[in-house]
Design a protein around this ligand. Structure first.
Ligand code: PRX
Length: 655
């Protein structure tokens, strides 16, 4: 029997007795023995899971091959399967009336919709038929720019049905960012909506798409789902109406057989340098990662209702709004709105209305809600079905964890902090619902098959034992890891495998405590995390220097009570005579080039950035100054130390 660590919250015995069936894992002992098996006999472990959880048209002959070293890890070779068949057909065949998606609209006064697996299958096939009619073939990349409505999931699955690769771009990205992603993917077909609704506001998706493709003559088709019926620009011959078009196609077409390692989707994410990276995920490995973590981390069952508030434009939406719940035949709740509209009890209202069994959200929204919600506002909600509360995207502070546990689940649901990344495809460190004794603030233990190491950041040596802190790495390949960066395999090797030879480098720092629990410390590279959105400092800096007045720019992530980190911008201008309102203009510039979610909280204009004599910007000093720390350490390497006085003066004035 495993000895429990001190200062943990044990899973309440009532949790098991309230379970509608039986939890997938009997307890911590079973978890640990399966984990050991997954590490010591990975081929057998994963082969068994794959055959149990996925339906292959043709069985695989080789479970795993390749290595980090060459960046050629591959899984389930020889196997053939279809993602849409696994997500939809299997369940539609068994029970076409089971609900696959519940749509909760932005405005609660509007009707919600329940879409059964049978209906999903028909609509996906019809849309797939339309895509084929537009020339989309196996391997082509279709860009999807849609808000959180069921049709976004239908679009994703229609691509997979015919073997097309989906590239979903978050509908908060600006036209410029969308244009770059469309061009990189060489998409000729775009799927969007006329408009979107979020938090009571209208989002002009079609207008953004039009601007993004204005000079792109390769675009043959823009398919528009009519979400609002609003007035939008239209180009005959290129633009098509979803509702009108799909009726022309049959309600069943057979799924395309795909090799396990054929590309499934592309998802762009920020790196520490340069352009966004188009990470490529492949079929069997990714689908298995989604299924295994859905089943064991969340203890998800077919009769469950899973409400993940992540957006389909990010990896959380891919894996835990669409793939995991549908692969496991449960119901996914797609919420179009925001946690505070029309009032700050909206999440509780949605959970109660749909009798959700699971909720999965980000600490940034918990922090906002903690400041707004009284216990009295929420305790009259019947959330008795809720068994699991997931957290993702950023570290969850212990006091926020405790608030989440007590305010959302009334202490009855297990909290699981899940650590993972766009690159990892599915969770890699997490508490297993109903199994792991919970430690508020810790992501707990590595998931099945994930052999984690903490490395000394300088020597790269693995730190053994507990109570060690360093950079977080993984020692061997796992099925759902991204296989490459589209068009730049060298960058893939460089970003993840060359920093620490023989390891996958996550970019995060972590601490393994005395009980072996992991605590994620945050990024150790130039990636910043604002409200769970991953942003690259260099990408925002390039957006700024495109502005005619800017000479140089440095982006600093500064700790922020609400958003985790906030974007702070320090710029020097080409001319001493700064334009009026230059700060506002620069904020607008970032909104325009990247999107509103990357907008800086603070803009500081300096005559020059603090630099070494060789011209390198000394971010350490900016980071300290902007965080309110006046101990700058050694400043003797600065070319012009007077910059610091200037910066301090500006900051003091602002306070
Ligand atoms: O820094 C880590 C943070 O989010 C980064 C990955 O961002 P992205 O690829 O956009 O995926 C976000 C959703 C999976 C990581 O490198 N991160 C993610 N989850 C956690 C986290 N930091 C701390 N705790 C987490 N649970």
């Amino acid at each position: 029997m495993t000895k429990l660590a001190a200062n943990t919250i044990e899973v309440d015995a009532k949790w098991r007795s309230r379970h509608p069936t039986a939890p997938h894992l009997a307890g911590l002992d079973e978890f640990q023995s399966l984990y050991q098996d997954s590490i010591h006999n990975p081929s057998q472990f994963w082969a068994k899971q794959a055959r149990e959880l996925l339906s292959f048209d043709r069985d695989f002959h080789t479970t795993t091959s390749g290595s980090f070293h060459r960046g050629d890890a591959a899984w389930f070779l020889g196997g053939q399967l279809n993602a849409c068949f696994n997500c939809v057909d299997r369940h539609a065949i068994q029970d076409p009336n089971r609900v696959g998606i519940i749509y909760e609209p932005d405005d609660p006064a509007n009707d919600c919709r329940s879409i059964t697996y049978g209906e999903l299958l028909a609509e996906i096939c019809q849309l797939a038929g339309f895509l084929r009619s537009q020339g989309v073939k196996k391997g082509d990349i279709v860009t999807i720019y849609m808000p959180m409505i069921p049709e976004a999931a239908i679009a994703v699955l229609a691509c997979t049905r015919i073997g097309a690769v989906h590239s979903v771009v978050f509908a908060g990205f600006s036209a410029g960012a969308l244009r770059d992603r469309i061009q990189d993917a060489k998409s000729t077909v775009i799927i969007t909506t006329d408009e979107g609704r979020r938090g009571g506001k209208t989002i002009s998706t079609k207008v953004v798409v039009d601007e993004a493709v204005r000079e792109n003559h390769k675009i043959s088709t823009v398919l528009v789902y009519e979400r609002t019926g609003g007035q939008i620009p239209w180009m005959d011959g290129r633009d098509f109406r979803w509702k009108e078009e799909i009726q022309k196609y049959p309600a069943y077409i057979s799924p395309e057989g795909m090799d396990s390692e054929d590309p499934l989707f592309l998802l762009y994410t920020s790196g520490s340098t340069g352009k966004p990276k188009g990470l490529l995920h492949t079929h069997a490995g990714y689908l298995l990662g989604a299924s295994v973590t859905g089943k064991y981390v969340f203890d998800l069952n077919p009769q469950d209702r899973f409400f993940c508030s992540g957006d389909i434009g990010w990896i959380t939406g891919h894996t835990y709004v669409v793939y995991a719940p549908l692969l496991l035949g449960s119901t996914t709740v797609m919420f179009e709105g925001t946690p505070t509209y029309p009032n700050h009890t909206r999440l509780w209202d949605v959970l109660e209305k749909h009798q959700a069994t699971h909720f999965y959200g980000a600490p940034t929204s918990f922090r906002v809600l903690k400041a707004l919600v009284d216990k009295a506002d929420v305790e009259n909600h019947d959330l008795s079905k809720l068994r699991a509360l997931g957290s993702v995207g950023e570290p969850i502070a212990p006091e926020i964890w405790k608030w989440y546990h007590s305010f959302m689940g009334d202490g009855n649901a297990c909290v699981t902090d899940t650590y993972w990344q766009t690159e990892t495809g599915s969770h890699i460190i997490a508490a297993y619902t109903g199994v792991t004794p919970m430690k508020p603030g810790s992501a707990s233990f590595p998931c099945f098959g994930i052999d984690v190491a903490i490395l000394d950041p300088t020597t790269g040596e693995e730190l053994q034992g507990n109570s060690v802190e360093g950079v977080l790495a993984v020692k061997k390949p796992w099925p759902s890891m991204a296989r490459t960066i589209r068009g730049n395999h060298d960058r893939y090797l460089e970003s993840y495998f060359n920093t620490y030879n023989g390891y996958y480098f996550t970019g995060d720092g972590a601490y393994r405590d005395a009980d072996g629990y992991y605590w994620i410390r945050g990024r150790v590279d130039d990636v910043i995390n604002v409200s769970g959105h991953r942003l690259s400092t260099s990408e925002i800096e390039s957006a700024l220097v495109e502005h005619e007045s800017v000479a140089e720019a440095a982006i600093i992530g500064v700790p922020d009570d609400l958003t985790g980190q906030a974007v702070n911008t320090v710029v020097s201008l080409k001319s001493k005579q700064a334009a009026m309102n230059i700060e506002k203009e620069l904020i607008l510039q970032i909104r325009k080039v990247i999107g509103p979610f990357a907008a800086p909280k603070r803009v500081i204009i300096l005559p020059d950035l603090p630099k070494t004599r060789s011209g390198k910007t000394v971010r350490r000093i900016l980071r300290k100054a902007l965080s309110g720390d006046t101990e700058f350490g050694d400043t003797s390497t600065l070319a012009d130390p007077s910059v610091i006085d200037e910066l301090t003066k500006i900051l003091q004035k602002a306070d």
